[in-house]
Design a protein around this ligand. Sequence first.
Ligand SMILES: [Zn+2]
Length: 273
Amino acid sequence: MHLLYLDDAGSALNADEEYFVIGGLSVYEAQAHWFTQELDRLAGTVSPGSPDSVTFRASEIFCRRGDPWRRMSREEAHGIVRAVLDVLQRAYGSARAFACAIHKPSCPGRDPVEVAFEDLCSRFDRYLFRLRGEGDRQRGIIVLDDSAHQTTFRRMSREFRTLGTRWGVLRNLAETPLFVELRASRLVQLANHIAYAVFRRYNSGDTNYFDAIASKFDSYDGVVHGLAHKQTVDPDCMCIACLSRRSGQGRENQMPLDFGQEDDRWGGSRRSE
Ligand SMILES: [Zn+2]
């Protein structure tokens, strides 16, 4: 089974922020234990007496909010965010990062949570479809942070069977999404950091964390399918998501089914309703 752990960064409603992001990582079920061990070990360096009391939540660590982060220097705290992301960097190649960054002013009248969640469900489904073509017939489950945009996520999960059919994503997902508490899952905590790294890349132009994980986004045939940048303001955007799609356009016909039909621009609909 492939598990896609997701969390969000940025606020869907805060007008001071231009971006809202959902992001995370896909791992084999057998790989999940390794991630937990590595992050437990890191927690042990933060709080040797009680590693279980350490919860990695990127925005709190970055801003040094709450214990034990408020007692750290800025450099120390920022180093912890980086150390969490480095666990993904060290992982086997079958662990892939996924994220969708929504430029909120580019989609007026639409709920960015819904847009990003739909995008990631179909992105994950297409990833599993591609693995199927390579002989891996395992299916996937999405695991979400229980606290993040709970109302929207829960509603969409309840309606998943219907929405999934409309989006055409039910072929490779085995179950409706599951919810776990961030505190209880190291993998959701890592997903939280991936979403935060992408949020800082697009919302603040800070590429420090993003660059550490950029090579882990799912890529195929030169296109970074694991990352979507939904915006209408910059047709020449040089981010790896936009750039790789523009340069990949000429090779569309060589891509497997579904990928060639992908349209990540607003205004073009990739499904007919
Ligand atoms: Zn872009």
